[in-house]
Design a binder for this molecule. Structure first.
Ligand code: OAD
Length: 248
């Protein structure tokens, strides 16, 4: 890893800045959860418009739920990795720390993070199509597909954001606020293709934050990043965390 960059980032962290973090599927890759884009990405094997749109669900809720049930089963068998764990620790060490994630896998929560803004929802929550009520649902595999609401019998849907849908407004507003007030923002494991999530680091940079990108590959955000650490999220975050603890 780039030693000079690492040292400078550690110096910035030691000043206890207002720290915000944006994560994407790449942070869960080391846990064995497939990302969306890239060589073995989900969108290489499946068509988003058949599985992750409101129209797809209207057409064939069973098919959509079978896909989500499959993804839930993969996630249930996996564990948070050192990347998730470092971020959960940083939440306790940096006052005002905010974690913004595009991930629906719930691994940040399982790692112990509490202050999380889940921009794209959570795969372990279901929402009643009629009542709009959101409930936790950890049944894996699901016994009934598609599942129905225990109170009114209507269809339940995964409480995630599909293509063509708006992000939850309150969460997005909080994410913009956290980005505007950040002094340092880590952008970890996201291809930065999907908006509005990809605009958050730009908002932070515009407001004066230093941007650190952690990703093995180039992204459209790389050009705006102040520091780029090319590597796997878990390994890079562990290295930063260890350097932070040395002589501190
Ligand atoms: P992507 O699959 O688009 O991008 C994953 C990123 O992680 C890529 O830039 C990889 O280079 C990087 N990556 C892979 N392995 C990594 C590792 N070990 N450590 C760090 N980075 C690694 O995932 P997202 O950017 O999260 O939305 O995708 C954004 C949204 O597109 C998702 O939330 C989902 C998807 O369609 C919805 O479903 C609404």
């Amino acid at each position: 890893m780039q030693d000079k960059e690492l040292k400078e980032i550690v110096t910035l962290l030691r000043q206890k800045p207002q720290l915000s973090v944006l994560t994407g599927a790449g942070i869960s890759a080391e846990s064995g959860i497939p990302t969306f884009r890239g060589q073995n990405g989900l969108w290489k094997q499946f068509r988003a418009e058949e599985l992750a749109t409101p129209e797809a669900f209207e057409r064939n809720p069973k098919l959509v739920w079978e896909w989500y049930d499959w993804r839930r089963r993969i996630i249930a068998e996996r564990e948070p990795n050192p990347g998730h764990l470092v971020l959960a620790r940083w939440e306790r060490e940096f006052p005002g720390f905010i974690l913004i994630t595009q991930n629906v896998d719930g691994l940040h929560r399982r790692a112990g993070s509490k202050s999380i803004l889940e921009l794209h929802g959570n795969i372990w929550q279901v929402r009643c199509l009629k009542e709009g009520t959101v409930r936790d649902n950890f049944e894996s595999p699901l016994t009934t597909i598609p599942p129905v609401c225990p109170t009114c019998g209507s269809l339940l849907r995964p409480n995630v954001v599909w293509f063509g849908e708006a992000l939850p407004r309150d969460i997005l507003e909080k994410a913009y606020a956290a980005s505007s007030k950040a002094e340092l923002m880590f952008v970890i494991g996201t291809s930065a293709y999907v908006y509005p999530a990809a605009s958050l680091p730009l908002v932070a940079a515009e407001a004066g934050a230093k941007i650190v990108e952690i990703n093995p590959d180039y992204t459209p955000l790389s050009a705006s990043a102040d520091y780029i650490l090319r590597g796997k999220a878990g390994e890079v975050l562990m290295a930063i965390d260890e350097a932070l603890k040395e002589n501190s």
